[in-house]
Design a protein around this ligand. Structure first.
Ligand SMILES: [Zn+2]
Length: 68
């Protein structure tokens, strides 16, 4: 049996996070976990979205490092 639901490490499976950072500032409290959209686990579709997000965030960080 294949398990496609992956426990979400971002929110610990609760579907919610207490604090997060947005543009370098801590926001909170509470909110729906964007990694799993509040489900507490990640589907393959969630994983694809998160992978794309991580690539985007990494690209942004690289541009920031170069001073753009
Ligand atoms: Zn989550």
């Amino acid at each position: 049996m294949q398990n496609t639901k992956k426990h979400c490490g971002r929110c610990g499976g609760t579907g919610r996070y207490i604090t997060h950072s947005l543009n370098g500032r801590l926001r909170g409290p509470g909110g729906i976990c964007f990694r799993c959209e509040g489900k507490g686990y990640q589907t393959p579709a969630d994983e694809r979205r998160n992978a794309a997000y991580d690539e985007y965030a990494a690209a942004r960080a690289m541009r920031a490092d170069m001073g753009y």
